[in-house]
Ligand binder design. Structure first.
Ligand SMILES: [Zn+2]
Length: 191
Protein backbone atom coordinates (compact mmCIF):
# COMPACT_ATOMS: atom_id res chain seq x y z
CA UNK A 1 0.00 0.00 0.00
CA UNK A 2 0.99 3.57 -0.55
CA UNK A 3 2.43 5.36 2.42
CA UNK A 4 2.38 9.01 3.18
CA UNK A 5 5.02 10.89 5.10
CA UNK A 6 2.33 12.03 7.53
CA UNK A 7 2.44 15.76 7.93
CA UNK A 8 1.21 17.99 5.16
CA UNK A 9 3.82 20.38 3.84
CA UNK A 10 3.01 23.84 2.61
CA UNK A 11 3.67 25.29 -0.84
CA UNK A 12 3.59 28.99 -0.06
CA UNK A 13 3.76 31.33 -3.06
CA UNK A 14 5.79 28.73 -4.91
CA UNK A 15 4.77 26.18 -7.51
CA UNK A 16 8.05 24.26 -7.71
CA UNK A 17 8.40 21.18 -5.52
CA UNK A 18 11.61 19.33 -4.82
CA UNK A 19 10.81 15.66 -5.14
CA UNK A 20 14.20 14.09 -4.51
CA UNK A 21 12.90 12.33 -1.41
CA UNK A 22 9.88 10.95 -3.20
CA UNK A 23 12.03 9.78 -6.12
CA UNK A 24 14.12 7.76 -3.69
CA UNK A 25 11.07 6.17 -2.13
CA UNK A 26 8.99 3.29 -3.38
CA UNK A 27 6.49 3.22 -6.19
CA UNK A 28 3.09 4.18 -4.79
CA UNK A 29 4.45 6.44 -2.06
CA UNK A 30 2.82 9.85 -1.77
CA UNK A 31 3.44 13.33 -0.43
CA UNK A 32 0.76 15.89 0.40
CA UNK A 33 1.05 19.65 0.22
CA UNK A 34 -1.18 22.58 1.04
CA UNK A 35 -0.95 25.08 -1.79
CA UNK A 36 -1.28 28.80 -1.04
CA UNK A 37 -0.58 31.42 -3.69
CA UNK A 38 -1.36 35.07 -2.94
CA UNK A 39 -1.15 35.93 -6.64
CA UNK A 40 -0.58 33.83 -9.73
CA UNK A 41 -0.17 35.01 -13.30
CA UNK A 42 -2.27 32.78 -15.56
CA UNK A 43 -1.47 35.07 -18.45
CA UNK A 44 -0.48 38.70 -18.80
CA UNK A 45 -4.03 39.96 -18.31
CA UNK A 46 -5.24 37.22 -16.01
CA UNK A 47 -3.83 37.51 -12.51
CA UNK A 48 -5.40 35.07 -10.11
CA UNK A 49 -5.50 35.73 -6.36
CA UNK A 50 -6.00 33.84 -3.13
CA UNK A 51 -5.36 30.38 -4.53
CA UNK A 52 -5.66 27.64 -1.96
CA UNK A 53 -5.69 23.95 -2.64
CA UNK A 54 -4.28 20.50 -2.11
CA UNK A 55 -1.48 18.83 -4.02
CA UNK A 56 -0.85 15.14 -3.79
CA UNK A 57 2.23 13.63 -5.41
CA UNK A 58 2.33 9.92 -6.14
CA UNK A 59 5.51 8.09 -7.06
CA UNK A 60 5.20 5.91 -10.16
CA UNK A 61 7.93 3.69 -11.57
CA UNK A 62 9.45 6.36 -13.82
CA UNK A 63 7.30 9.40 -13.10
CA UNK A 64 5.37 11.34 -10.49
CA UNK A 65 1.69 12.14 -10.77
CA UNK A 66 0.62 15.46 -9.28
CA UNK A 67 -3.06 15.57 -8.35
CA UNK A 68 -4.10 19.15 -7.79
CA UNK A 69 -7.36 20.69 -6.62
CA UNK A 70 -7.51 24.40 -5.96
CA UNK A 71 -9.81 27.41 -5.76
CA UNK A 72 -9.20 31.11 -6.18
CA UNK A 73 -10.48 34.26 -7.80
CA UNK A 74 -9.59 36.18 -10.94
CA UNK A 75 -10.61 39.81 -11.48
CA UNK A 76 -12.51 39.90 -14.79
CA UNK A 77 -14.47 42.54 -16.65
CA UNK A 78 -18.17 41.71 -16.94
CA UNK A 79 -19.15 41.42 -20.62
CA UNK A 80 -22.54 43.03 -19.95
CA UNK A 81 -21.98 45.93 -17.56
CA UNK A 82 -18.19 46.27 -18.09
CA UNK A 83 -17.56 46.44 -14.37
CA UNK A 84 -14.62 44.56 -12.89
CA UNK A 85 -15.58 41.79 -10.50
CA UNK A 86 -13.95 38.79 -8.80
CA UNK A 87 -14.69 35.59 -10.70
CA UNK A 88 -14.29 32.54 -8.43
CA UNK A 89 -12.83 29.43 -10.04
CA UNK A 90 -12.12 25.84 -9.16
CA UNK A 91 -9.62 23.57 -10.89
CA UNK A 92 -8.90 19.89 -10.51
CA UNK A 93 -6.33 18.04 -12.59
CA UNK A 94 -3.64 15.39 -12.71
CA UNK A 95 -0.29 16.06 -14.32
CA UNK A 96 2.33 13.43 -15.01
CA UNK A 97 5.97 14.42 -14.59
CA UNK A 98 8.60 12.20 -16.17
CA UNK A 99 12.05 11.85 -14.73
CA UNK A 100 14.84 13.24 -16.88
CA UNK A 101 17.70 12.23 -14.58
CA UNK A 102 17.95 9.08 -12.49
CA UNK A 103 18.00 10.32 -8.90
CA UNK A 104 20.36 7.58 -7.70
CA UNK A 105 22.77 7.20 -10.60
CA UNK A 106 22.56 10.68 -12.16
CA UNK A 107 22.12 9.00 -15.54
CA UNK A 108 20.39 11.19 -18.08
CA UNK A 109 17.05 9.60 -18.98
CA UNK A 110 16.08 12.26 -21.47
CA UNK A 111 16.60 9.91 -24.45
CA UNK A 112 13.78 7.72 -23.22
CA UNK A 113 11.25 10.53 -23.04
CA UNK A 114 12.48 12.48 -26.03
CA UNK A 115 9.85 13.88 -28.40
CA UNK A 116 7.15 13.15 -25.88
CA UNK A 117 5.58 16.55 -25.43
CA UNK A 118 2.58 15.08 -23.65
CA UNK A 119 4.51 14.86 -20.43
CA UNK A 120 5.93 17.45 -18.12
CA UNK A 121 9.38 16.87 -16.76
CA UNK A 122 11.11 16.64 -13.43
CA UNK A 123 14.16 18.81 -14.00
CA UNK A 124 17.81 18.04 -13.32
CA UNK A 125 17.47 19.53 -9.82
CA UNK A 126 14.71 17.00 -9.13
CA UNK A 127 12.05 19.67 -9.05
CA UNK A 128 8.67 19.59 -10.70
CA UNK A 129 6.75 22.78 -11.36
CA UNK A 130 2.97 23.03 -11.14
CA UNK A 131 2.96 26.46 -12.79
CA UNK A 132 2.29 25.51 -16.41
CA UNK A 133 -0.55 23.00 -15.90
CA UNK A 134 -2.12 25.25 -13.24
CA UNK A 135 -1.92 28.23 -15.57
CA UNK A 136 -3.59 26.33 -18.41
CA UNK A 137 -6.30 24.85 -16.21
CA UNK A 138 -7.25 28.26 -14.82
CA UNK A 139 -7.52 29.74 -18.31
CA UNK A 140 -9.72 26.83 -19.43
CA UNK A 141 -12.23 27.10 -16.56
CA UNK A 142 -12.72 30.86 -16.77
CA UNK A 143 -15.97 31.84 -18.51
CA UNK A 144 -15.75 32.77 -22.21
CA UNK A 145 -18.21 35.55 -21.50
CA UNK A 146 -17.57 36.93 -18.02
CA UNK A 147 -20.74 37.78 -16.12
CA UNK A 148 -20.67 39.53 -12.75
CA UNK A 149 -23.75 37.64 -11.57
CA UNK A 150 -27.45 38.05 -10.80
CA UNK A 151 -26.98 41.63 -9.60
CA UNK A 152 -25.51 42.73 -12.94
CA UNK A 153 -27.14 46.03 -13.94
CA UNK A 154 -26.86 44.86 -17.55
CA UNK A 155 -25.89 46.73 -20.68
CA UNK A 156 -27.47 50.17 -20.88
CA UNK A 157 -27.87 50.22 -24.66
CA UNK A 158 -29.88 47.01 -24.89
CA UNK A 159 -32.29 48.18 -22.20
CA UNK A 160 -33.31 51.08 -24.43
CA UNK A 161 -34.67 48.80 -27.16
CA UNK A 162 -36.44 46.64 -24.61
CA UNK A 163 -38.45 49.51 -23.13
CA UNK A 164 -40.72 49.66 -26.13
CA UNK A 165 -41.65 45.95 -26.07
CA UNK A 166 -44.21 45.93 -28.89
CA UNK A 167 -42.09 47.12 -31.79
CA UNK A 168 -38.72 45.45 -31.21
CA UNK A 169 -38.78 43.64 -34.52
CA UNK A 170 -39.98 46.65 -36.49
CA UNK A 171 -37.35 49.12 -35.40
CA UNK A 172 -34.65 49.08 -38.03
CA UNK A 173 -31.00 49.47 -37.20
CA UNK A 174 -30.87 53.18 -37.90
CA UNK A 175 -33.76 53.87 -35.57
CA UNK A 176 -32.23 51.67 -32.91
CA UNK A 177 -28.97 53.59 -33.18
CA UNK A 178 -30.87 56.87 -32.96
CA UNK A 179 -32.81 55.64 -29.95
CA UNK A 180 -29.64 54.71 -28.15
CA UNK A 181 -28.11 58.10 -28.92
CA UNK A 182 -31.20 59.84 -27.56
CA UNK A 183 -31.11 57.68 -24.48
CA UNK A 184 -27.48 58.52 -23.98
CA UNK A 185 -28.28 62.21 -24.20
CA UNK A 186 -30.99 61.79 -21.61
CA UNK A 187 -28.63 59.98 -19.31
CA UNK A 188 -26.02 62.67 -19.69
CA UNK A 189 -28.59 65.30 -18.81
CA UNK A 190 -29.78 63.49 -15.72
CA UNK A 191 -26.23 62.82 -14.56
ZN1 LIG B 1 -22.17 42.85 -14.97
Amino acid sequence: MATDSGQQRELRNDTAVNVVGLLKSQTGDTRSYRLRLDTFEADRETIARDIVGDVRLTRLRDAIIASVSATGVVPLTCARCLREYDQPFEVEFDEEYRQTVDVRTGVDLEDEVVDDELFSRIDENHELDLREPLRQEILVVLPMRPDCGPDCPGPDVLEVGGDDGASDDLVDERLAALASLLAEDQRNETN
